[in-house]
Write a protein that binds this ligand. Structure first.
Ligand code: ADP
Ligand code: MG
Length: 676
């Protein structure tokens, strides 16, 4: 028997059991061995019945009486009276009538279960039971708890593992030996056994540490190798045109922040190199990323290269096109807008102009990656709100040029340090951690529904002072199963009551693009005092005069999303306010309280990572594939260790080919996270 042996060859696994294993994705001995327990329950200590206390307990006893009772709707309750030298105790099972005939009154059994107070008396609830004369798998030990496999009892899964134990002892090491040694890790074999058959809590800790280290090490090695490969690619060396850039900066209506200057400098230096830039510009909402991208585009255009700027929504694409036209128009740099709404001959003409190099900066949505779009000397690709795009879409845009263009990805969702190292380890990172000097911190407040009228009063006061407001709801139609307020209902309600004297606009994702555009334009032009909207305004929308945002059902949104929404205000010099309306008067979650306290997106991202894990923060699609079984990307200590081990591995010039299973894992991660 080896790791590739079919599961049906395992003792105790017949065709039916094998089928259930296969459905769960476990087809070979190796698959089953890698099926690690999610947690453990310590039933290792046998307690005398007279000494039993509430909680997880194991007792060794005979069964002196059993009884099955049918209760309502075909449910059964089976009771057994257990006895050892010190006393008697009741065990109760629900819907396991076979328990009544399972026990031989001459034999001793182990019973492991929860001793608890139920139905007016103490009892052992649903205990596992095994003959004391046999080697126990579900009792009298630290019992591994596996993810449930449909149609299989956990007892059986544990028995199968016991069958495979001899193979587990012979598993070869999967990490380089010197790393195992220097990191003081247990061997792969010890780790696997430590999880399937732990003898102490320490076994489990050591096993988890070892396997978590391995996962993160593989992931970090993958991103560093990708980075190394990227540095070997040919790109366009775009010379820094100091005069143009200075001129551009000089005519801006504001001074760049220090952070903007540093980021711009990093980008310009990258673009000067003959290898393609692969940089992520992270800036908290409102930190001014667009100007930095504009500056890079000026540099590219002056050297004769085209820039493509891709945004996730049409509203944003239009806004960028507008901003860039304002900033760059006087420089003789042309900006084209390619979105779904540009149709017919206008679209054909635009294609022709792009292909001829008549357009220096092409701004658009996904439309930019369609096959019909041919670029002319595409030198720089800017992807705004890059987490909204999949790896494939980014690749497609980069593929639009024979020579790999420079890539500047931007995100307003700050990425925790640990994810920067792992998932984005291939990229260089610039951070805008400073907001323009004229901004006051937004004042945020959690509001229970009963205090809504106070919020309406303060919104009204802001409007009287010349400001504008957002009201955010999450659904378009009022649906029976949901009590979330729909935008349309909210719009009508506000119009017909508290804000009857104000002008209100309505915006949602099901409107046609030109309708949306019109509404946004009206809001920008102050034709509306209030914009009632879904989360379509979430990303990047910039109306500096808006100073108050009220988010309905705030508890229904993720932390990052709320922070983004809040960032729609506080974009000008006015004091801004964010009211987070709760769905009910219950105590708000910790997440929301953190948001109320902090305006710092980087801090909130760390909190979100700790509270909800990486998948929620960063593109679920990409993360699901990473599929870390053991490691938590929130474990910064572990990441640091693995990072330096990966660096060491590379500087030592180690050859991955020597480590077959490491190589397989690393290759998989490389494919998942790379841009090429
Ligand atoms: P984000 O980083 O959220 O994408 P934007 O690029 O949309 O932010 O910029 C937000 C607003 O701040 C815009 O109106 C922009 O013109 C303005 N802005 C950018 N940089 C500065 C600065 N250094 N000083 C003042 N205002 C700035
Ligand atoms: Mg933006």
């Amino acid at each position: 028997m080896n790791l590739t042996t079919d599961i049906e060859s395992i003792k105790g696994v017949g065709p039916k059991t094998a089928k259930q294993f296969r459905v769960a994705g476990l087809a070979t001995v190796g698959d089953v061995i890698s099926f690690l327990p999610r947690r453990h329950e310590d039933f290792s200590e046998i307690v005398a019945i007279e000494a039993v206390t509430p909680g997880k307990q194991t007792i060794k006893a005979r069964v002196v009486a059993t009884e099955v009772k049918r209760v309502r709707r075909g449910m059964t309750v089976t009771t057994a009276v257990l006895q050892d030298d010190t006393g008697k105790l009741r065990a109760v099972w629900f819907n396991q009538p076979y328990r009544a005939t399972q026990f031989d009154d001459k034999q001793e059994y182990f019973f492991s279960g929860n001793f608890e107070f139920r139905y007016n008396r103490y009892q052992l609830s649903n205990p596992s039971a095994e003959k004391a004369s046999e080697v126990p798998v579900s009792t009298d030990r630290i019992v591994p708890v596996y993810r449930a496999i449909r149609g299989l009892k956990s007892q059986l899964v544990r028995k199968v593992m016991a069958e495979l134990r001899p193979i587990m002892t012979m598993l070869p090491e999967t990490l380089p030996g010197d790393i195992v040694q220097s990191q003081q890790l247990v061997s792969y074999s010890e780790a696997v056994i430590g999880l399937h058959f732990p003898e102490s809590a320490r076994d489990i800790t050591a096993a988890r540490e070892r396997l978590a280290f391995e996962e993160v090490f593989q992931l970090l090695l993958a991103s560093q190798l990708n980075k190394q490969d990227n540095k070997a690619l040919d790109g366009h060396a775009i010379a820094f045109d100091r005069t143009s850039v200075k001129e551009f900066v000089g005519q801006l209506p504001f001074d760049l922040t220090n952070a903007q200057r540093i980021a711009a400098w990093e980008i310009i230096q990258d673009m000067e190199r003959p290898t393609p830039m692969n940089r992520l510009l992270q800036g908290d909402v409102g930190s001014g990323k667009t100007v930095v991208a504009g500056l890079a585009a000026v540099s590219a255009a002056r050297a004769g290269y085209q820039t493509a700027v891709m945004a996730p929504t049409e509203i944003l694409a239009r806004q960028h096109a507008e901003t860039l036209t304002n900033l760059l128009g006087s420089f003789g740099i042309t900006v084209g807008l390619l979105v779904g709404a540009v149709k017919g001959t206008a679209r054909q003409e635009l294609y022709a102009r792009i292909a001829a190099g008549d357009v220096d900066i092409v701004v658009g949505t996904h439309a930019l990656i369609q096959d019909t779009v041919k670029y002319h000397q595409l030198g720089l690709v800017v992807i705004d709100e890059q987490h909204r795009f999949g790896v494939k879409q980014r690749q497609k845009l980069l593929d639009k040029s024979d020579t790999m263009p420079h890539l500047l990805a931007m995100t307003a969702t700050p990425i925790p340090r640990s994810l920067q190292l792992t998932v984005f380890g291939e990229m260089d990172i610039s951070i805008l951690n400073e907001r323009p000097a004229n901004r006051l911190p937004i004042k945020s407040q959690l509001v229970s529904p009963v205090s809504a009228s106070k919020v309406y009063d303060s919104i009204d006061a802001e409007i009287s002072a010349g400001r504008q407001a957002y009201v955010i709801c999450s659904l378009i139609d009022e649906s029976a199963e949901s009590d979330k307020k729909s935008v349309e209902a909210e719009y009508k309600k506000l119009k017909n009551s508290v804000f009857g004297h104000r002008s209100i606009g309505l915006l949602h994702g099901r409107m046609k693009p030109d309708e949306k555009e019109q509404v946004m334009a009206n809001f920008k032009a102050k034709k509306y005092d209030i914009l009632v909207s879904t989360t379509v305004v979430e990303v990047g929308v910039d109306v500096p005069n808006a100073s108050v945002i009220m988010i309905e059902n705030a508890d229904q949104f993720g932390l990052a999303q709320l922070h983004q929404l809040r960032g729609r205000v506080g974009r000008g010099e006015h004091q801004s306010y964010c009211y987070l309306m709760l769905s009910d008067s219950q105590k708000p979650s910790q997440r929301l309280r953190e948001l109320e306290k902090s305006n710092d997106g980087f801090y909130l991202a760390e909190v979100d990572l700790q509270l909800r894990g990486p998948g929620e923060i960063y593109g679920r699609a990409q993360h699901g594939d990473l599929n870390l079984q053991i490691a938590s990307l929130a474990d910064t200590k572990l990441l640091k260790r693995a990072q330096s081990a990966a660096e060491q591995f590379i500087t030592n010039g180690e050859d991955l080919l020597q480590y077959k299973s490491l190589q397989t894992a690393v290759d998989r991660y490389r494919r998942l996270t790379t841009l090429n």
